[in-house]
Structure formats: structure tokens, C-alpha cells
Ligand binder design. Structure first.
Ligand SMILES: [Zn+2]
Length: 406
């Protein structure tokens, strides 16, 4: 056998062994659910098999390891449920509390971004929580060095400290995924344009995106949008006037359309104050301007009012007329593209990390509320049912004998 033949034989043997190993054991089979994965336009009843933290098969029927009783696969009964990629929430304040990320995980969220809870002065506190999170969690640094403060993050323009933010990113390059600039009248006052300029000075030094919190700004929105580059994110896209993305005649501003064309992303950011009003969201969707991403703007307080959980926030957009596939795409695939840390996530392809959310789409009468106390009744609501993270069942409400919820 010459060297080339030897290499070929060895490679064949290796492939043979790995096939045997792959066939020998699945760690978990999620059985009988409706798999909705917009990354490959799948919406059908399928079994999903997981091994070594990855998706290894998505087929009509996958049987457990009948001959390997010692290594029998676990199964999860997902009949009547939706099996979707683990949800990715790109606008939360989950690091405000130590158990924030775990609470989100129980809602099906396997990837999250804390969007500017802290600035340079206390960014390490947010990063400590992000590092201890069970799922992928990164933070955006608030350009206001004191973070979110009641008197307004950058009402004093000196708090928009470029050098301090750059130093903080330099110290924590792997955990800081971008820069947050909150630009509303009560946060930045007349400084909004200058604050955003400084946020871009910080972000561009590290090739990072900026997320702006729009709505009720002093400066006209087009003036602010002109500072945004491809990959930047506009959150609170359904904020009512002054300075919303739609004019009084129901037309999306041309500068908003131009921003989307050059790669700026538009995000929901549900939150609790001043961000979402039904009539604005309805008109924006009627104009054909769908969100790129849905997100909660999650806080511990939001769990009991308005936000509740990510599946509840997604359900509001079923009520507003988006399809289930569109809503899932906004909370998975599209969100995964917003930050490199989520690359290969937000999908259920064979070979992808096995982050899975099992949701239940219940029919009935469900009350939803916008940020202005307006109630609407929907006919369906998504509920979190189980979460699989890196192939492990971490939360499971599908069966009474399953491990307890976190
Ligand atoms: Zn926020």
C-alpha cells in the first residue's frame, strides 16, 4: 500500500466508524411536532434527532435506538406542538437580574442580547451576568457611561464618553456585541444627533453595529437615520409620533426605505412605555413594511405586564396579521443574522447546534395590550412548552415526568 492508498483507506475507515457511532445513539428525539423552520421553508410534522449537541436528523419518523437499550435515546412527545429553532431575542435587559437569562431560557430563548442596560462605568456587572448565562448572551454597551438612568442617559452630553466606551470594549471585546444609543426626548433631549455620532465613533473602531432606540426624538428621524450604516439596528420601529417611521398619510418615510435598502435592520422592541401602539403597527404592516426582527425589550417587571414572555410578544403579530412562518422567522433566522455570535443558530438544519424551542399554539380568546393601555383580543397565543439547549432538555412542560422547569 503506498502512502496515498493508505490515506484513502484510513479516511474510509474513519467515515465508516463515525457512521456506526452516529447510528448507535441519538441523545434525544423530539417526536411528532410540527417543525417550523423558515431557514429552509419547512412547515411539516417531523421528528428531530439530536446527538452531541447538534441536530443530526429531521425526518418523518425516527425510531429510538432499539438495539442499544443501555443507551436508549430520550424522547420528547411534541405531538400537537410547534418545534422551532431556539428563539433569539436581540433586545432585552436580562442582565439586570442574575436569573434573567435563565427566566428567558424557560420561555424558549436560547440566545439573547442585553441592549444597553449598562454603560462604561458598570459594564462589568452586565457582563458577569451574561457570562454566567446558560445560553449565548452578549451585551450592547450604552453610550451613556452611567447606563440607563432616570434623569436621561445622555441628557448631560458629557456622559456620552467615547474614550470610556472604547476602553470598556477593549477590555471586553468578546462580550460586547455593539453600542446602544437611546435617543428619545426624555433620554437624550436635544443631544440625540451628537449622541449617535459618538456612538458611531465608538462602534466603527471595532466594526460593531449600533442599535438606536427611536421614537419621540427631538431631531427628525431622517436626520438620525442618515448616520446609520449596514448592520445597524433601529429598535422600537412602531413607536408613535413624533418622529415615527410612517407619515400621516400612511406612507413609510423614504429615508426609512432607503435605510432598509442599505442594510439597516428594523426591530420591534416591545417594552412597556411609548414603543408600541396598535394603530401605528397596523398601518406600518399595511404599508408592507414588516419587521426584520421581533424582540421583547424584556425586563423583570415586564414579566407581569405587557411583555410577559417572548412567545406572547410574537403572538401580537399573529393578531396583527403576520403569518406564523413570518413571526417565527423574525424571532429566529433573522435575529441570528443580526449578531455574529448567533451564526448557525436560528435554524434547525442537520449539523446546526441543537437549540430548540417547543411552543404550543393555543386557540381561544386572549387579551393583548399595547404600551398605551389599548386592549385587543386575539384568537391564538403561543405558549412556551419546552426548551432544548445544545442538545440538552433544560425545560420541559410537555410531560409530567420530565425534569422540572428552571
Ligand atoms: Zn430597551
Amino acid at each position: 500500500m503506498n502512502r496515498r492508498q493508505f490515506v484513502c483507506a484510513a479516511a474510509t475507515a474513519y467515515v465508516g466508524i463515525s457512521r456506526v457511532l452516529a447510528a448507535a445513539k441519538y441523545d434525544l428525539i423530539i417526536k411528532g411536532g410540527r417543525v417550523v423552520d423558515p431557514s429552509h421553508k419547512l412547515n411539516a410534522i417531523r421528528d428531530v434527532a439530536v446527538a452531541d449537541g447538534r441536530i443530526v436528523a429531521i425526518e418523518e419518523a425516527i425510531s429510538a435506538n432499539a438495539t442499544e437499550t443501555a443507551n436508549a435515546s430520550e424522547t420528547m412527545d411534541a405531538r400537537g406542538k410547534l418545534v422551532v429553532p431556539g428563539l433569539i431575542d436581540i433586545h432585552t435587559h436580562a442582565t439586570r437580574t442574575k436569573d434573567g437569562p435563565a427566566l428567558c431560557l424557560a420561555d424558549g430563548v436560547t440566545g439573547l442580547i442585553d441592549a444597553g442596560s449598562q454603560g462604561a462605568d458598570r459594564i462589568e456587572e452586565a457582563i458577569a451576568v451574561a457570562k454566567s448565562a446558560p445560553q449565548q448572551c452578549r451585551v450592547l454597551i450604552n453610550i451613556g457611561r452611567a447606563g440607563i438612568i432616570p434623569e436621561g442617559d445622555t441628557m448631560d452630553i458629557n456622559r456620552a464618553d467615547v474614550a470610556a466606551a472604547r476602553d470598556a470594549i477593549g477590555r471586553n471585546r468578546e462580550m460586547i456585541a455593539g453600542v446602544k444609543a437611546r435617543l428619545s426626548r426624555d433620554v437624550a433631549g436635544p443631544n440625540d444627533f451628537e449622541v449617535l455620532k459618538r456612538a458611531q465613533q465608538v462602534a466603527s473602531a471595532f466594526y460593531l453595529p449600533v442599535m438606536i432606540h427611536m421614537g419621540q426624538t427631538v431631531s427628525p428621524l431622517p436626520k438620525l437615520l442618515a448616520l446609520l450604516k449596514a448592520g445597524d439596528i433601529v429598535t422600537h420601529m412602531f413607536a408613535p409620533p413624533p418622529n415615527s417611521i410612517i407619515d400621516d398619510n400612511g406612507h413609510i418615510l423614504p429615508e426609512v426605505l432607503a435605510a432598509r435598502r442599505r442594510g439597516v435592520l428594523f426591530d420591534l422592541g416591545n417594552g412597556r412605555t411609548g414603543h408600541l401602539r396598535w394603530d401605528i403597527a397596523e398601518r406600518v404592516l399595511q404599508a408592507g413594511f414588516l419587521p426584520d426582527t421581533l424582540s421583547t425589550d424584556w425586563t423583570p417587571e415586564g414579566r407581569s405586564a405587557q411583555v410577559i414572555d417572548f412567545p406572547n410578544v410574537m403572538s401580537k403579530f399573529l393578531l396583527l396579521g403576520m403569518s406564523l412562518d413570518q413571526v417565527i422567522a423574525c424571532a429566529t433566522l433573522h435575529a441570528s443574522r443580526a449578531f455574529p455570535v448567533f451564526r448557525n443558530r436560528g435554524m434547525l438544519k442537520v449539523g446546526a447546534p441543537a437549540d430548540v424551542a417547543v411552543l404550543e399554539l393555543r386557540e381561544g380568546m386572549f387579551e393583548f395590550v399595547d404600551n398605551y393601555g389599548n386592549q385587543r383580543t386575539g384568537r391564538e397565543r403561543l405558549f412556551p412548552s419546552a426548551t432544548v439547549l445544545a442538545g440538552k432538555r433544560v425545560v420541559d412542560r410537555t410531560t409530567p415526568t420530565a425534569p422540572p422547569a428552571l
